[in-house]
Design a protein around this ligand. Structure first.
Ligand SMILES: Nc1ncnc2c1ncn2[C@@H]1O[C@H](COP(=O)(O)OP(=O)(O)OP(=O)(O)O)[C@@H](O)[C@H]1O
Ligand SMILES: [Mg+2]
Length: 1183
């Protein structure tokens, strides 16, 4: 069985091409070119398509994740790193210099150009944000997301550079330069080399660029989030601490080195744990100093900054030993005394004070009104902890201070109208060991994902519903429950910190206990990675994020969540002679002054910051840039499909693609569009309704009606129609006048067409009027004929009647001729009668008798003739009198008998009526009872129907939940797989995909017919004599075919889908009602039935062009099928050979048996079969 190429899921490449070799009822088996076999669920296998390299994924013919991945991959491999999905931009990190993509000339090309006109690019997104801001007057935000090393920061820089270079040149105070200079500065203090990225941002940032009404840059502001602190005191092997440490050591002049007491890099413990410096450090040091100067930091303060950095580094070398006194305290080790002096000098503190504050802690006695303070010595471990806390605190405050300086240098102008904000924040991340920082980052990503879902999917769908666009709903998993769970975790951690004997284990156990059955929370032993399974329940937890499950280790969380130093150290910092150091801690004094001000925990603060950020984002129009990391080795031209697919899914691109292809990413309100043009409209067009005007406008610019849809208040445009929208929205007066003149022309043309139509219609109606006149004449003719007949008919009939009477005169003459006596008198009477009749006839013909009297006269004549005839006959019949009397006697008796019978009959009828009445009453009673019964039955059925409906809805909901659960499982598995690959961790057995053996079945078990191969089923159908097995095999075989056909239908290429017809002509056959199924089953099982039905292909464009579909059923299943297409050769198909192309339904399901006139004879079928080259067909005995 060979049926086209398909994409099958593959852990390494994401998807791999192959052919379907086995059809299961729930899975397909795909054979890859290297002879591997992949078994995958129908929903994970997709057909391939020939086209690729489309700029916008929405233009793909096959809209599925495999084509999406393939398009992105093919483009990436030829250097096209950008791709759209409607207005969402996907960037794949090229890991090589593509400076040709970022030249000034190219920037100018993108200026004012509609999205979609030029190749996809960050510049296009930046320009769209700017244009939308100017035209709509709404602030914009660009959310750049992706995992570490995906290229977020680079992309952010491109956006900023574009805005600054293209739209910012006019500013005289150098805001653009400061904005651009802020980047290397923040990167020096906030970026570090990690295993994932050589220049990894260890903080998040939201950069706002403010514009005035004229669209000039007038200010800016930077918000930063969650600087990673652990890196200051500790690095992983092959990673580095913050760049500034290395750059300062490499680039500082001798004088500066002496002044801030720098030593050699290898002497610093905190810098020698991981990687060391690189060649560019020295050169980049100068850039930092320049940048600091550029943002207006005076040289003295720059020195102070470097001094603090040097102090932080020196602290890393300070070690402690037990003091040996009875209080169990510690002291600075003699080897470190130099370092503590260096640190003290750098921070302008007294060495002894520093020593003292590091090794002891200020405590306050309870129960006393004012509280007495005293110093408690710290153990060696506690002192080390204190030292690390001080380093982190100093460095974080210094970083925040630099951000503040940058912000101060960027004025927040009063005449700022709107802003464009660019968000660059760490993407969803997971390592082998995940701690509090990862939870915060992933929490942030959950929030951003929710924002993405709500912006891109929910709000869009709500709008489509409100505007009645009839777009099918897209399912997506709502992660609100996950956000709430994490927030509850933060609260719990804060509460734990307030307990006298707080510990992380207690916090973890409590978290599990309070959320025992939560879908998103799991115990570590439930992990798919065996390394986590050994973790105790109170040591960590798993959170099933939207992008997959991550196992967190809660060791040290209380400290990581706390943002405060020991008060003795804080106080010491305030006493520093360095103005900068004291300023860094000035907020401590504020807290002391205002006792109500409680310092937030790290989690709490981050939550607040995020909420503020999201509120801000809610108030802006948003563009999304999704960055993709093509491989883990940071190598150019290497595309790791599996990993990229994971990223695409977790970035919501697959769901977005489903929505975008069906959706309408851009829209305009009728009113807005109309208002733009209304002031320039001539009088003729002013009378047009806005909706009508918009319709005329679109037609005038030649837009296809398939490209837009009219909602209730807005017009919506299909993906890729940005250029047309922009064309409509250009507000320059010349442009508006041009457009209006096009509309005028179009309206004029429409009028002309209408006139033509009116003339044609007039001609047609003239013809109809002539035809009607002819008909009326006909009617008049017929009426006249009818009325004449009505006037003359009584006279004619009178003449006829008199003629009839005259014929009786002849009879009378003949009878009279036989009478012996009184014949003359009789003859005379007859003669008189004849004369009388002649006279009457004469009068009648002459029209002397009134029509109304004719009948009367005729009656009299008839009476007279009759009387005469009777008298004539009387004589003749006198001898028959006796006989007549006897007859009369007999008649009397018969009448008496009849009278008796009648009475008897009347009595019988009376009896019958009585019985009938009784029966009727009984029937009515029964009817009433039946009605009541039926009423009850109806109610019961109604209830039953409601119950079934309820059950159906419940079932659907369950299925939906199950699908979401499966999807989540799949993502959890992907994350686990990724961790296992990165860290050589082992997956638990059930998660390892076992490749199937080519042929594993020894014998065939009829009880496990579902496990049989497709070919085995077919062979069984063709060869088995076991009727029962045959029936089983046929049912299974067709069940699989049905599943396969359903899959094919679902994956029809989009263009075919738009034609909205399946590729089987059988689609034209209506489905049979379910009841008929039962009745048909009673019919003999093995009976030949042949049918003929017409079908129409929408693609023929002409409904009168039809094809014919012939089917030969034997029993339930089809055995032969013949298709006669209007434009191609006839197709003869035989079961067992061409099953995949044949009707897969059972006879009853096709509804053919109900279709009148569709059944034909075997001879008819066979003749046609032979004519079409079907050859001789012999039905096998076993079939
Ligand atoms: N458009 C690009 N052209 C060339 N190289 C790029 C591009 N984008 C990213 N890179 C390369 O990838 C590296 C990592 O990019 P970047 O620092 O922007 O990642 P990131 O997503 O910000 O990571 P993190 O979350 O760790 O900060 C860059 O240093 C650069 O070498
Ligand atoms: Mg970055």
């Amino acid at each position: 069985m060979q049926e086209g190429e398909v994409w099958a899921p593959d852990a390494t490449h994401g998807f791999t091409k192959g052919t379907v070799v086995e059809i299961g009822s729930e899975t397909l088996t795909v054979q890859t070119p290297d002879d591997a076999y992949i078994v995958a669920a129908y929903s994970k296998v997709f057909p391939t398509s020939t086209e690729c390299l489309v700029d916008d994924n929405c233009m793909l013919l096959q809209l599925n994740e495999a084509s999406l991945l393939d398009n992105i991959k093919c483009r990436f491999l030829i250097g096209k790193i950008y791709t759209y999905t409607a207005n969402i931009l996907t960037v794949v990190n090229p890991y090589r210099d593509l400076s040709a993509l970022y030249t000034d000339a190219l920037m100018n090309d993108y200026k004012g150009t509609s999205l979609g006109k030029l190749d996809p690019h960050t510049f296009a997104i930046a320009d769209k944000a700017y244009t939308d801001m100017i035209y709509r007057g709404v602030s914009q935000s660009v959310i750049v997301s992706g995992e570490s090393g995906a290229g977020k920061t680079e992309t952010t820089k491109h956006v900023l550079k574009y805005l600054a270079s293209v739209y910012g040149k006019s500013s005289a105070n150098g805001i653009e330069d400061k904005l651009l200079q802020a980047n290397p500065l923040l990167e020096a203090f906030g970026n570090a080399q990690t295993v994932r990225n050589n220049n990894s941002s260890r903080f998040g940032k939201f950069i706002e660029v403010n514009f005035n009404k004229a669209g000039e840059i007038v200010g800016g502001h930077i918000n930063t989030y969650l600087l990673e602190k652990s890196r200051i005191t500790h690095q992983n092997p092959s990673e580095r601490s913050y760049h500034i440490f290395y750059r300062l050591l490499a680039g500082a002049s001798q004088e500066l080195r002496r002044e801030i007491r720098l030593r050699e890099i290898k002497e610093y413990k905190c810098l020698s744990e991981g990687r060391s410096g690189n060649m560019r450090d020295a050169e980049q040091f100068d850039e930092i100093s320049d940048a600091l100067r550029c943002i207006g930091v005076p040289d003295t303060e720059i020195h102070e900054i470097y001094k603090i950095v040097s102090g932080v580094m020196a602290f890393g070398n300070v070690e402690f030993i037990d003091s040996g006194d009875t209080r169990g305290g510690s002291k600075v080790s003699p080897e470190s005394s130099d370092w503590i002096e260096i640190a003290a000098t750098c921070l302008s503190l007294e060495g002894d004070d520093l020593r003292h504050s590091l090794t002891s802690r200020l405590m306050q006695t309870k129960n006393l009104k004012k509280g007495t303070t005293y110093m408690v010595p710290l153990k060696k471990k506690e002192a080390l902890h204190n030292r690390d806390g001080l380093c982190k605190s100093l460095y974080t405050r210094l970083f925040n201070h630099i951000v503040k300086q940058v912000n101060q240098s960027l004025p927040l102008s009063d005449n700022s109208n709107c802003y464009i904000g660019v968000l660059d924040i760490a993407g969803f991340e997971y390592f082998e060991t995940n701690s509090f920082e990862q939870l915060c980052i992933n929490y942030c990503n959950e929030k951003l994902q929710q924002f993405f879902n709500s912006r891109v999917i929910r709000e869009e769908q709500d709008l489509y519903k409100a505007e009645n666009l009839g777009v099918n709903e897209i399912q997506f998993s709502d992660n609100q429950d996950c956000i709430e769970l994490i927030e509850r975790g933060f609260v719990l951690l804060d509460e734990e910190a307030k307990l006298p004997t707080s510990c992380e284990k207690h916090f973890t156990s409590l978290l599990h206990e309070q959320n025992r059955r939560h879908f998103r929370l799991q115990l570590p032993r439930k992990s798919k990675l065996s390394s986590y399974r050994s973790m105790l329940d109170e040591e960590g937890f798993i959170i099933r994020h939207y992008a997959g499950a991550v196992c967190y280790n809660t060791v040290g969380w209380l400290d990581r969540n706390s943002d405060t130093l020991h008060s003795s150290l804080e106080q010491l910092m305030l006493t520093s002679e360095s103005d900068l150091v004291a300023r860094l801690y000035s907020d401590i004094q504020d807290v002391k002054c205002n006792k109500k001000m409680v310092q937030d925990s790290v989690g709490g603060k981050f939550k607040k910051q995020l909420n503020t950020l999201l509120e801000k984002l809610q108030g802006t129009a948003t563009s999304f840039i999704r960055c993709i990391k093509p491989n883990q080795h940071m190598a150019p031209a290497e595309f790791d499909g599996g990993k990229v697919l994971n990223q695409l899914i977790s970035l919501g691109m697959v769901t977005a693609l489903a929505l975008m292809q069906a959706g309408f990413p851009s829209r305009i309100a009728f009113k807005d569009l109309y208002d733009m043009y209304s002031s320039n409209l001539p009088d003729k067009l002013k009378s047009l309704h806005p909706r009508m005007f918009c319709s005329a406008l679109f037609r005038a610019i030649g837009m296809s009606p398939n490209d837009y849809k009219f909602g209730v208040t807005k017009i919506f445009f299909r993906p890729g129609k940005f250029a047309e929208v922009d064309l409509l929205m250009k507000s320059s007066s010349q442009h508006l006048i041009d457009m209006i003149s096009r509309v005028e022309k179009w309206v004029l043309r429409q009028c002309w067409r209408r006139v033509q139509f009116a003339i044609l219609a007039f001609n047609k109606w003239t013809k109809i009027a002539r035809w009607r006149t002819g008909c009326i004449i006909n009617i008049q003719k017929n009426y006249r004929m009818w009325s004449t007949r009505r006037n003359y008919l009584p006279r004619i009939e009178g003449v006829r009647a008199i003629k009839g009477s005259m014929s009786k005169i002849t009879v009378m003459i003949e009878i009279a001729s036989k009478i012996k006596y009184d014949r003359d008198a009789v003859n005379k009477e007859i003669d008189e009668m004849r004369q009388f009749l002649d006279g009457e006839m004469g009068q009648l013909k002459a029209g002397q008798v009134h029509t109304d009297l004719i009948q009367l006269k005729l009656g009299q004549i008839e009476d007279q003739v009759k009387r005469l005839l009777d008298r004539v006959k009387e004589t003749q019949d006198s001898d028959k009198l006796r006989q007549i009397q006897e007859d009369m006697e007999a008649e009397r008796l018969r009448q008496e008998e009849a009278e008796r019978q009648r009475k008897l009959e009347e009595e019988r009828q009376a009896e019958e009526r009585r019985i009938k009445k009784e029966l009727e009453e009984k029937r009515l009673r029964e009817l009433e009872e039946q009605r009541k019964r039926e009423e009850e039955e109806r109610k019961r059925l109604e209830q039953e129907r409601e119950r079934l409906e309820r059950e159906r809805l419940e079932r659907e909901e369950e299925e939906r939940q199950e699908a979401l659960r499966k999807e989540q499982e799949e993502r959890d598995r992907m994350v686990a797989l990724s961790i296992s690959e990165d860290n050589q961790a082992t997956l638990v057995k059930e998660e390892v995909l076992v490749p199937i053996e080519k042929d594993t079945k020894g014998g065939l078990d009829r009880n496990n017919i579902k496990d049989w191969k497709y070919s085995e089923l077919r062979d069984c159908i063709n060869t088995s004599c076991d009727v029962e097995l045959l029936e089983l095999a046929r049912d299974e075989f067709h069940r699989r075919l049905k599943a396969y056909q359903a899959w094919k239908q679902k994956n029809l290429q989009r263009k075919k889908k738009e034609a909205a017809k399946p590729d089987l002509p059988l689609s034209s056959v209506p489905e049979a009602p379910v009841q008929s199924f039962r009745k048909e089953e009673d019919k003999p099982k093995h009976e030949h039935r042949l049918f003929k039905v017409p079908f129409v292909y929408p693609s023929y464009n002409n409904p009168s062009v039809r094809g014919w579909w012939y089917a030969h059923f034997y029993g339930k299943w089809i055995v032969r099928q013949l298709e006669i297409h209007p434009e191609k050769a006839p197709l003869c198909l035989i079961a067992g050979r061409d099953d995949l192309k044949m009707c897969e339904l059972q006879l009853q399901e096709t509804g053919l048996t109900k279709r009148k006139g569709s059944e034909i004879t075997m001879k008819e079928f066979d003749d046609l079969w032979a004519c079409c080259g079907g050859g001789t067909y012999v039905l096998r005995e076993d079939q």
